[in-house]
Write a protein that binds this ligand. Sequence first.
Ligand SMILES: [Mg+2]
Length: 450
Amino acid sequence: MLPPPSNKLIAHLDMNSYFASVEQQANPFLRGKPIGVCAYLHKNGCVIAASIEAKRLGMKVGMTVTEAKCKVPSAEFVENDPPKYRAVTSRVFSILHELTDCVEHYSIDEAFLDLTGWYRDAAEAAWALARVRRRIKSEVGEWLRCSIGIAPTRFLAKTASDFEKPEGLTVIDRDNLDEILSQLDLEDVCGIGPRIRQRLERAGIMTLMELKLYPVANLIRLFGKYGFYLWCKVNGMECEKVLSPQYLVRSPQPKSIGHSYCVPERVNRDGKVVAVLTRLTERAGRRMRREGLLAGRVSVAVNVLRPGSYVLGQGMRPSMRPTQDPGPRTQDFYSDFLHFSEPASDSFTLVGTACSLLQKIWHGERVNFLAVTLSDFSTPSLQKILPLKIRGTEGGYEINRRRLISDAVDLVRDRYGDEAIMFGSMMGISHEAPDRIGFRKTDGVDISKI
Ligand SMILES: [Mg+2]
């Protein structure tokens, strides 16, 4: 049975050229200029966001810095700064939460809002969201730009916000749905890529309007369940809900938590391999403690380069490898692990174990890859560990002390940043193994702190 046409009021807000706009907001000297935000400031680093000015000149997300410089010689490049973007997202989302109780943090720069019952109609919702945009500009940053879409379904709200960039406000309703769909290409909507397009065209569907009017039974025969959802989406029927964090089912316990890093040559030169492993282990441990888990196993992996081998640069593709072979090269991958007799979560145990595992498999050679993984998770027992000092054993006293110190250090870092307190061995590597940000990840975006 077909679902009824949706009579909901859904909005989608999409920040445009987000990372680049935040950088321009933070640094007035970058405003109005073509800039690219990169994963690394290296010729092979990848552009993860381009400012609106850079996009106009042809810079695209995914280009390497070298390609982007070729395309836009006047462009400036900055390295990404995840804590800055999370802080701005928290402030933007906190404004959205004033509109409705149902806000889905879809990604670092996008949110869906279910406004059903909060506003009478799309016109009233449009008025409220135009006000939100003014508030973002006045309270968060005048350089931030967002496009807004309002429609009866999530899919159409996203289509509406994509309709006019960078600062449009588009309403899709029953009356203008056909008009909007006829102005769009098949691939303009979320969920249709080149491969689906090919299959649709083979079935004689060249436009979104043809897809809308296509017999649903035939689409199901061609695409299965996906065909049904596609047809419902373009016909304004709701098949997805706005998932506000308070309604989300908690994701299942992770099986492992780890971090890895492609070690550049300078780390070998400066003798900071152990320091980088300490940082990776600290980060993994902190994520695990945030989940409220204890690790039963620590494993470490390293890729060792033997004399004569070359060091692969970050993001270096096989085609970019030196054509002149520098001599016989060997790369050896080693790994080792340790099972704890008593699961642990404190930094001292985790870092100490990871470092002693590394010393077993690495003897000072050059390395180009390091990884640490925590696994075999368990949840802490509710049984209280008595803080007794037993002579000759570590006993509960030592375990308790280490755990309390780790928890206190986490609190300090939550408040003052990752660099506020650290192991002495990690000094001087602040730019190595930096924090990374994923577009679909909203970890660390916390509206409760605003
Ligand atoms: Mg965006």
